[in-house]
Write a protein that binds this ligand. Structure first.
Ligand code: FEO
Length: 169
């Protein structure tokens, strides 16, 4: 058996850290979901609930890969997340900031896989590199729409209604 089929320890630790970070993202968006619902924005609550499920799927995609490479999955305690946002605009601002950070984390993981000449992990991570384009694009678009809507109740209502249509992939 080639040594290259075994996941490098440093790579395994970095992937486990990312998997746990994705769980934290799920926790963050679940918190945003319930806060938006409590504020009367049911559609946005739905959007963030779907987003939370997507993050959970990102986490398990990474854990499945670790397992497939004969590594050990490690689940850590999930740190507390913020529980209230001043407005939907602030929630989407935080979402965009957070997703930019996640993109950076994914790029750092890719750098590590390249440094270690771990070709399988490079291939695996490419999906996440592509996914982050969409992950940043969606909140950026909604943020722009929210800025345009301002305090216009009718515009906010329409936007909320639109976000309520999001379904799981
Ligand atoms: Fe899993 Fe939103 O990145």
């Amino acid at each position: 058996m080639s040594i290259r089929t075994i996941l490098n320890e440093t790579m395994e630790a970095a992937l486990n850290k990312q998997g746990n970070a994705e769980l934290w993202s799920a926790y963050l968006y679940l918190s945003m979901s319930y806060d938006m619902k409590q504020k009367g924005f049911e559609g946005m609550g739905n959007w963030f609930a779907v987003q939370a499920k997507e993050e959970f799927a990102h986490a398990t995609r990474i854990f499945e890969y670790i397992e497939e490479r004969n590594g050990t999955v490690k689940l850590f305690p999930i740190e507390e997340v913020r529980q209230e946002w001043l407005s939907p605009k602030e929630a989407f601002e935080d979402t965009l900031i957070h997703e930019k950070l996640v993109t950076e984390m994914i790029h750092n993981l890719m750098d590590k896989a390249i440094e270690l000449k771990d070709y399988a992990t490079q291939g695996f991570l490419q999906w996440f590199v592509n996914e982050q384009v969409e992950e940043e694009d969606a909140p950026r678009k909604y943020l722009a729409a929210l800025e345009k809507a301002g305090d216009d109740a009718a515009a906010l209502y329409m936007l909320d209604k639109g976000l309520g249509k999001r379904k799981e992939d």
